[in-house]
Design a protein around this ligand. Structure first.
Ligand code: AMP
Length: 513
């Protein structure tokens, strides 16, 4: 089934329901949303010659047009390639070339003016909003028929650890993923407003489907991105707001909310995930926003759907098991089986760490044009996530780290996450990130990058004392490097590769990506 049927169906059932919003202002109901999508699908087909199965890339900031273009691409049976808009033009051109995209939509239509795009791919400015004069033909009255296994979304991994790969997500994958949301994350009502504060090329965009299926409102902030204050104002005026946010965004929301005396009015749910949320930060978020938080753990290869930690479990601070549960990523979502395996592929005992592997209808079809990487990731039907974690006896999954981030020092495995958890609890530490550095004596040693709340308020001795009072000395950072900020990608993930690179070349910049 073509997932664009969900839009067609919503427009038939609830033509007058408010659908698209720019900031607080409604710009389309569901009838108009679907009509404009069909017009754009016809344009893609007849003006640009896009055939079913061909790829169309989007390199744009969040907008209502973004959502309409996505659906237009699916409506005519083509494949969407949403690209992180903060990438350099050369990186984006590489992705467009790798995907064999025929078209790439950009905000201004001028990004590649001086750069030849590969394979005859053409750049187009995002079409101005059309008040559709519908063509007389009956063509594409309904979305072009697609099978569940047909490709819908080529999802390029964020590349925090190397060259990005095109994850092939089918219509069936997206449908399975979306059906998990009301079961495992949060029930959706027509009155809800999903706000796209994080990039639509990633997790936030993937949450559009279930909100279309339920006839809810879709809101793009006027900033077209994340600004905490704008978000609070939107939430107050629209009400019933849900959003997906990286933990670093939640942290920023908490800081701003505290300054402004805002306590989450108008926010229904903040779904966080995509990176570790430290316990100290979660406590702050709960104190500030109350029971509005739900966590998900997923990866492009199994989008948004490996596990979820429910609102109730997160808010249940009276439970003696709460600290362990709150530090976990919750339980398997409805559409996946989750296992933890050792190096020989055997399931580990409860509490024992190993690689997290998953299978189910949401797991990707493979990597685009990369059979080697596909064979390494999909083994006997199981997706090898590259994440290390353990399951407890109740089915709660905890992540320790990415397998490639584990530090092996003097033969012992040190998980950066647990070192970071201890450092972040220090009242003067704003952010911390731990990586390994080659060490002639120990193989690797622990290096902590620390952002103090106030410049100059911390030194290595203070942090060492703090650390040794809480954790084994062999895990103690050998070096602390104090900095004003940590490099992050546009999804808010800390770029460990950049930190490691900086250790090799300390004269280079540590700036944000
Ligand atoms: P991406 O494919 O870019 O979305 O990155 C996925 C990776 O982010 C996962 O494999 C995990 O390493 C990490 N990740 C995702 N969700 C969480 C979470 N809730 N807690 C900790 N790490 C996470």
């Amino acid at each position: 089934m073509n997932i664009a049927h969900w839009l067609q169906d919503a427009a038939l059932r609830w033509p007058e329901r408010p659908a698209l919003f720019e900031g607080p202002r409604q710009i389309a109901d569901y009838r108009m949303f679907a009509t404009q999508v069909r017009v754009r699908a016809l344009e893609l087909r007849h003006v640009h010659g896009i055939e079913p199965g061909e790829r169309v890339a989007l390199l744009m900031k969040n907008s209502c047009d973004y959502l309409q273009l996505l659906y237009a691409i699916w409506w005519c049976g083509a494949v969407a390639v949403p690209i992180n808009h903060k990438l350099h033009a050369l990186e984006a051109a590489w992705i467009a070339g790798n995907a064999g995209a025929r078209l790439i939509f950009t905000d201004e239509g001028q990004l590649f003016a001086d750069l030849a795009l590969p394979n005859g791919c053409r750049e187009l400015a995002t079409p101005a909003r059309c008040m559709p004069g519908l063509p007389a033909s009956d063509e594409l009255q309904a979305p072009h028929p697609r099978l569940d296994s047909d490709l819908a979304w080529l999802f390029y991994t964020s590349g925090t650890t190397g060259r990005s790969k095109g994850v092939m997500l089918s219509h069936g994958n997206l449908i399975a993923m979306s059906l998990c949301y009301p079961l495992d994350v949060d029930p959706v009502a027509a009155e809800d407003a999903v706000v796209y504060a994080a990039p639509m090329s990633h997790g936030a965009g993937l949450y559009n489907f279930i909100h279309v299926r339920c006839g809810a409102r879709h809101v793009v902030p006027l900033s077209r991105g994340f600004q905490a204050t704008e978000l609070f104002t939107l939430a107050r005026s629209l009400g019933q707001v849900s959003l997906f946010a990286a933990p670093t965004m939640v942290k920023r929301m908490v800081e701003q909310a505290r300054e402004q005396g805002y306590a989450g009015e108008g926010i229904k749910t903040i779904v966080y995930g995509g990176g570790p949320m430290y316990l100290a930060d979660l406590v702050d978020a709960l104190d500030t926003f109350g029971p509005r938080l739900v966590q998900i753990y997923g990866q492009g290869e199994c989008p948004m759907t490996i596990s979820a930690l429910s609102r109730e479990a997160i808010a249940d601070r009276g439970n003696p098991g709460w600290p362990a549960i709150a530090a976990s990523v919750g339980r398997a979502q409805a559409c996946v089986e989750v296992r933890v395996v050792d190096g020989a592929g055997r399931e580990t005992a409860a509490g024992e760490a190993g690689e997290i592997v998953v299978r189910g209808p949401v797991v990707m079809q493979g990597y685009w044009d990369n059979p080697q990487a596909t064979a390494a990731a999909l083994v006997d039907g199981w997706l090898h996530t590259g994440d290390i974690g353990f399951l407890d006896g109740q089915g709660y999954l905890s992540l320790t780290d990415r397998s490639k981030d584990v530090i092996i020092s003097g033969g012992s495995n040190i998980y950066p996450r647990e070192v970071e958890e201890v450092l972040i609890q220090h009242p003067e530490v704003f952010e911390a990130c731990v990586v390994g550095e080659a060490d002639p004596e120990w193989g690797e040693s622990v290096v902590a990058f620390v952002v103090p709340r106030t410049a100059g308020s911390l030194d290595a001795r203070t942090l060492n004392e703090w650390f040794l009072a809480r954790m084994a000395s062999f895990k103690k950072p050998k070096k602390y490097l104090f900095c004003a900020e940590l490099p992050k990608n546009s999804y808010g993930k800390i770029l460990k590769t950049q930190l490691r690179q900086w250790l090799l070349d300390p004269d280079g910049s540590l700036g944000s990506a």
